[in-house]
Write a new protein. Structure first.
Length: 329
């Protein structure tokens, strides 16, 4: 999905659809986002599943088939007079430590040529688009700047490298993306969220940001970097960060910070209370899964029944306190 995607899809029509289609017992491991976009005079849905596991899941096509079926059920209930079935493009975003080796097509699981195929009838098929960061080079990610935004490029670089001990040394290479991201829509909020993530979730220090980015960017970006870092320091939110990094407790928190703050805190408020609540709940789950690895059924229920205001409060606590129960108190 690169230049061809941009030629055929009107990104100005891209919108987030409320709701989740992940099985309830799997919400502690997965977060999903459903987008609607106009393509050649008809709507198309893009279903993004963030696979929050360090190893590939072999039966992903089967699981995605179930989720896509739920989307079609929801669309049918929404408009029973529908005369056509919209296309749904499934996408899996994976950033585990091992490369993704699981099949990407449902037919790969057939133990022999499908009998329906031999009878002249096409078998059921589902194929998803895989974006495996462990198999993607930095150069390939940076090249995406031609067809996407600097915010997207930085997000992918963060997702790929947030576990790396040399994360701070990479910042100088990314300085131009910070400068360009600041100029994009919602750029200032993005840069602020990115700084928070770096200081709270990686082994990079505030001094690394100042030394590696500030000399290569603009005064506005410098101001955000310095004031955001100072604010976190005053709030005590980056105290003990090094300890947490070494213990492995921060693994995956970039996903929650990046997706959470951007989708839940910003896009949710803009799209309205209902959509905001759905997006913020997803964001909160991403952050909690990233920090604490697991959620109990009771904790998931508390998120499900929480109001938008409560979820917003939970988000603020999610980066400060030490247990899930403290976040959801």
């Amino acid at each position: 999905m690169g230049e061809r995607f941009l030629r055929n899809f009107d990104l100005s029509t891209l919108s987030l659809v409320s709701g989740t289609f992940v099985d309830e017992d799997l919400r502690r491991h997965e977060v999903d986002l459903l987008f609607k976009v106009q393509a050649t005079e008809k709507p198309v849905y893009i279903y993004v599943l963030v696979e929050h596991q360090s190893t590939p899941f072999a039966m992903m096509p089967v699981r995605l088939f179930r989720y896509v079926s739920k989307i079609y059920q929801a669309l049918e209930a929404e408009n029973r007079a529908r005369r056509h079935v919209p296309e749904i493009i499934p996408v899996v975003l994976y950033n585990g430590e091992r490369r993704w080796t699981a099949p990407v097509k449902l037919s790969d699981f057939y133990s022999r040529p499908a009998l329906t195929g031999l009878a002249g009838v096409a078998p059921i098929e589902l194929e998803y688009k895989l974006f495996d960061l462990s198999a993607t080079s930095d150069a390939q990610i940076r090249e995406r700047k031609r067809v996407t935004t600097s915010m997207a490029v930085l997000s992918l670089l963060f997702l790929k490298h947030f576990r790396d001990e040399y994360f701070g040394q990479l910042l100088r290479e990314w300085a131009s993306f910070f400068k360009d991201a600041y100029r994009e829509t919602k750029g200032e909020s993005f840069v602020q969220a990115a700084i928070c993530y770096i200081l709270e979730s990686t082994n990079a220090a505030h001094e690394d940001l100042i030394d590696c980015i500030v000399p290569y960017t603009e005064p506005e970006v410098e101001f955000v970097i310095k004031t955001t870092g100072q604010k976190l320091r005053e709030e005590g939110r980056i105290e003990g960060r090094q300890e947490g990094w070494q213990e492995g407790r921060q693994e995956g928190r970039q996903e929650g910070r990046q997706e959470g703050r951007q989708e839940g805190r910003q896009e949710g408020r803009q799209e309205g209370l209902t959509m905001g609540r759905q997006a913020t709940a997803k964001a909160l789950r991403l952050i909690l899964l990233s920090r604490f690895r697991d959620l109990t059924d009771d904790q998931n229920r508390k998120i499900d029944v929480a109001s938008f205001e409560q979820l917003d409060t939970f988000l603020d606590r999610a980066f400060v306190v030490e247990t899930v129960d403290e976040v959801l108190r």
